[in-house]
Design a protein around this ligand. Structure first.
Ligand SMILES: Nc1ncnc2c1ncn2[C@@H]1O[C@H](COP(=O)(O)OP(=O)(O)OP(=O)(O)O)[C@@H](O)[C@H]1O
Ligand SMILES: [Mg+2]
Length: 392
């Protein structure tokens, strides 16, 4: 089975590319479903098909699409726990309506959508699961959620199941504090199990990869680098970058001359930022990419003869490992000689320069306050050590 997640900054073309890739996969004979975790669904507009009802709808041979029903998914996965949290908050004097709202963790609705992936994965019904994700900020929050949720749950569920059994007869009548019942613990365990399964499926490099959609524009690239850093950090694999909306050579109008020049420059920056991950391109078409035919044209233009279900890059380009307070950032630079490299830091950005080639890396928050202790080149990898500055 193959799971492909499309993400990128708002409006770059994620939905179009996820749908176009799905159409291409289906044409090549893979039984494919495309679904979105974005609560603001737009798949039905992209495919120009009615997807209401929340169930997968058959679009063509081998192709299904689904706009998940968030309310239903939330009910299934979160309702019991939410009920208890909300009564706990109400007990602490928080207005009931507000307590109800606060009991929904930010991101839970998208998470509930993402949990559909485990269902499809485990049912083995499809060859390819194509996921149209929300814009990067949301997606990152979502993909980091398994870790965050564990922490959060430990804070919210400080009292274990056994302790509750002992405490309930005392605490409830004395303080009136609502204690979580068995059903809350069961719901919590089920949710945790499913999140853990989802995490292991999505971080399996033989099946799941993320694809970053970018446009050849400064701010979009910056956002993509940041996302890439965090995807690597959370253990997700990126196998492809798609640069969308390049103005074709056939456009010769002088009005677009500066746009075209900048796009060439930015495309080069994109290739250097993610190398050796391949970058594929999609032109700015002469009209919106709506409906199956135009999506098919987009899929063919991007992938040509290639099968989009292929994994285009294996492994991590960037990794961070910690030992004894030293953090080592390793970057795969397969074509580079040690002597040529220079490093420059600008805030949360690290610039690796090799001749005229340069890669900008966004440092994760943990490394921003640390100093570089040294760097060495080893086995096609540049390894940069970071340490916490000594306290004076
Ligand atoms: N290469 C292209 N040529 C022409 N139009 C395009 C191209 N790519 C995307 N579009 C159009 O741009 C609009 C936005 O695209 P899309 O919905 O795929 O972006 P998105 O990244 O999913 O946006 P959001 O962040 O809102 O989910 C759509 O109308 C789509 O048809
Ligand atoms: Mg979209």
């Amino acid at each position: 089975m193959r799971i492909i997640l499309y993400t990128g900054k708002g409006g770059v073309g994620k939905t179009s590319l996820a749908a176009a890739t799905a159409v291409r996969c289906a044409d090549l004979g893979h039984k494919t479903i495309v679904l979105s975790t974005d609560v603001a669904h737009s798949l039905s507009d992209s495919l120009d098909r009615d997807l209401s009802g929340g169930e997968p709808k058959r679009i063509e041979d081998n192709l299904w699409a689904q706009e998940t029903d968030t309310t239903h998914a939330m009910k299934v996965h979160w309702d019991t726990i939410r009920g208890w949290i909300s009564s706990l908050l109400a007990w602490r004097g928080i207005d009931e309506i507000i307590a109800d709202e606060m009991a929904i963790l930010p991101g839970m609705d998208e998470l509930a959508n993402l949990l559909y992936i485990t269902d499809y994965y485990e049912s083995g019904e499809y060859d390819v699961i194509m996921v149209d994700c929300a814009p990067t900020g949301e997606t990152l929050r979502l993909l980091s959620l398994p870790d965050i949720l564990r922490w959060w749950m430990e804070k919210v569920f400080p009292i274990g199941r056994a302790a509750v059994g002992v405490l309930r007869p005392v605490v409830k009548p004395l303080l009136g504090m609502p204690m979580p019942g068995e059903e809350v613990f069961d719901a919590e365990r089920r949710l945790f199990d499913q999140i853990a399964r989802m995490h292991s499926i999505l971080s399996d490099p033989h099946e799941s990869t993320v694809r970053l959609v970018v446009n050849a524009e400064k701010m979009v690239i910056k956002d993509a680098r940041r996302t890439f850093t965090y995807l690597n950090l959370y253990g997700y694999f990126t196998d492809l970058v798609v640069c969308n909306r390049l103005i074709p050579d056939s456009v010769e109008d002088s009005y677009f001359a500066a746009w075209k020049r900048n796009q060439v420059k930015y495309l080069e920056a994109i290739e250097q930022s993610f190398n050796p991950i391949p970058v594929m391109t999609a032109p700015l078409f002469d009209e919106e990419v709506l409906g199956i035919d135009r999506l098919r044209r987009m899929g063919q233009t991007v992938f040509g003869e290639k099968d989009p279900a292929e994994i285009f890059y294996h492994g991590h380009v960037q990794t961070i490992a910690e030992s004894d307070g030293t953090y080592v950032l390793s970057i795969v630079l397969p074509f580079i000689q040690k002597s040529e490299i220079s490093l420059l830091r600008k805030g949360d950005e690290l610039v690796v320069q090799v001749g005229s080639w340069r890669r900008n890396i966004t440092l994760p928050r943990t490394l921003v306050d640390m100093s570089i202790q040294g760097a060495k080149f080893d086995n096609d990898k540049l390894k940069i050590s970071f340490i916490k500055p000594a306290v004076k």
